[in-house]
Design a protein around this ligand. Structure first.
Ligand SMILES: [Zn+2]
Ligand SMILES: [Zn+2]
Length: 543
């Protein structure tokens, strides 16, 4: 520091720590704080370093100063706005996730009566709204600001149709009682498993009654009998798998039990999680704000089960359970056994009616004869045929995913997951160990361990790259801390002026500039900040 004053302020009362927050320079902040800089220093607007970091989406920075230096993640500025307000206004979904994880208060109203959700709605930040609504309650959607408007009304007012539609829809879901704890929610948890169970049982009874023990002019041979009964055996084995799959724990991840009232208890936990490699490398999507955990990679929160599931595949309404690491084997066995059972029982049924010596020779009258002479067999065949294609397609899709060791969820959202990106941004699955190993691990052990393929990636220097300070200054005018309409967002100011409207877009440009004009300043700031911001840009792509 060479004798410079660590507490020196500029004309707006900002210290060096505020400035380090702009670009998220963690090691600079670390140095300043070690030299005695105050983590809660406020400028003329009442901003602390956490506010500034939230304004610029410096999620890793917020995490560091909160976890290590006990910065307050939920302190209001002079206008009553917390860092969560700012992150919501700027649309930094990862920062919102982290702040909510740190127990920031969603319902805080600023001097204009606006909550973070109001701000996200005003700016039309759909992803920010999604994250806030996901953990929120109905009340959050109903809060009115000083002008008497709800977040949905504000979004409509500002012509953000998609956001207004989303918020209205979220409210309608609560109104019609489709929430997790309502009657409909409970009904959706029971799912369709009992129905599917009944369908299979009815089909089996029809099959045994009409195909195996039905009245025919021709007697059943021993070979045909064995063949016909093997279908029943396979279907029953499939039913056992179906029962196991729907009752088994799909791989729920334990919820973090921390008392929300006792702040002190949280700190050792947070300090411990400071070392969490997922957070150090900026994988903020691994934070579950509902379960309050840092979940392992490949897991996802299921809204129906309201839990995080390891190696989340999908929530299957037909099984009334999530399909995850611990019950995927049973799920696949159920599908495979039923497909084979349907092939065998279907063939047996066809053989039965084809071999009937009384059946007429012409095709049309043969169909007519079969339907009326053997109605049980005909209706069984119709059901069998109808179900077969659905189950067979699902089995083939599952088998191909098992062979590649990828989940249905990963297939659907591959764009959103940083770990599925190789150098150059192309799709790359690090858990794919080749068809043979993937299949043998799955079939013998029942699951695949999340072991990444060892492969030297060439983007390490990119991760370590530093960002030019000038990109911030040139982008935001003279002072990067107080650009544009930082403090006024009146509902009456039309479009909140055009400059900040393009904030989301410009932050993308900003990210781009980070990657292209790397100017190493010799501080060796790793911590995967670049990858975090890359992930942020990706996360802008809706589901
Ligand atoms: Zn969760
Ligand atoms: Zn589920």
């Amino acid at each position: 520091m060479h004798g410079a004053d660590i507490h020196a302020v500029d004309h707006t009362g900002q210290t060096a720590l505020h400035w380090s927050a702009v670009r998220g320079h963690i090691q600079v902040a670390e140095l300043l704080l070690k030299e005695g800089a105050k983590v809660d220093a406020t400028d003329l607007y009442g901003y602390q370093a956490t506010h500034v970091a939230a304004q610029y989406g410096q999620t890793a920075f917020i995490y560091h100063i909160v976890a290590k230096w006990n910065a307050d993640p939920d302190v209001p500025d002079n206008d009553g706005r917390s860092p969560l307000h700012w992150a919501a206004y700027k649309g930094f979904a990862d920062s919102i996730r982290l702040l909510l994880f740190l127990d920031a208060y969603r319902g805080r109203q600023d001097k204009e009566g606006c909550t973070p959700l109001h701000w996200a709605a005003i700016r039309g930040n759909l992803e920010a709204c999604t994250v806030l609504v996901q953990v929120g309650k109905k009340d959050d959607l109903m809060v009115k600001d000083k002008t008497g408007l709800t977040p949905a009304q504000l979004a409509a007012d500002k012509n953000h149709r998609q956001v207004a539609f989303f918020l209205d829809n979220a409210r309608r879901v609560y109104d019609t009682g489709c929430g997790a704890n309502t009657k409909f929610g409970k009904l959706s948890k029971i799912g369709l498993a009992p129905l599917l169970w009944c369908i299979i049982i009815v089909m089996l009874i029809t099959y045994i009654h009409s195909v195996i023990s039905g009245e025919y002019t021709m007697n059943m041979t021993a070979a045909f009998g064995m063949f016909a009964w093997s279908g029943v055996f396979l279907a029953t084995a499939g039913l056992v798998m179906f029962y196991k799959c729907s009752r088994k724990d799909p791989g729920y991840i334990n919820i973090n039990v921390r008392g929300s009232q006792s702040q002190r208890d949280d700190e050792p936990l947070l300090k411990m999680e400071l070392e969490n490699p997922a957070l150090l490398s900026g994988n903020w999507s691994q934070l579950c704000i509902t379960c309050k955990i840092v979940r392992p990679v490949r897991s996802k929160h299921c809204s129906t089960c309201d839990r995080c599931v390891e190696q989340f595949d999908h929530h299957c309404p037909w099984v009334s359970n999530c399909i995850g690491k611990k019950n995927k084997w049973e799920f696949f066995m159920f599908l495979a056994l039923e497909v084979f059972a349907m092939i065998i029982t279907g063939s047996a049924a066809i053989m039965r009616i084809v071999r009937d010596p009384d059946s007429p020779s012409s095709f049309g009258s043969w169909i007519y004869y079969s339907v009326f002479q053997h109605p049980g067999v005909a209706s069984f065949l119709a059901m069998d045929f109808f179900l077969f294609f659905g189950v067979a397609v699902l089995t083939i899709v599952q088998a191909s995913q098992i062979a590649r060791n990828i989940t249905t969820n990963e297939m659907a959202n591959s764009m959103r997951y940083a770990y599925l990106r190789g150098p150059g941004g192309r799709f790359r699955n690090p858990f794919d160990h080749g068809i043979r190993k993937n299949c043998s691990d799955f079939l013998l052990n029942g699951y695949n361990e999340d072991i990444e393929r060892l492969e030297q990636t060439s983007h390490t220097d990119e991760e370590m790259g530093m960002i030019q300070m000038t990109s911030a200054v040139s982008q935001n005018g003279d002072n990067p801390l107080h650009h544009s309409n930082g403090t006024d967002h009146n509902c009456t100011d039309s479009q909140a002026n055009s400059k900040p409207q393009s904030q989301v877009g410009s932050s993308q440009c900003c990210d781009h500039s980070k990657r292209t004009d790397r100017t190493p300043l010799g501080l060796g700031l790793g911590l995967g900040r670049n990858s975090a911001s890359r992930q942020y840009v990706r996360s802008l792509i809706p589901l």
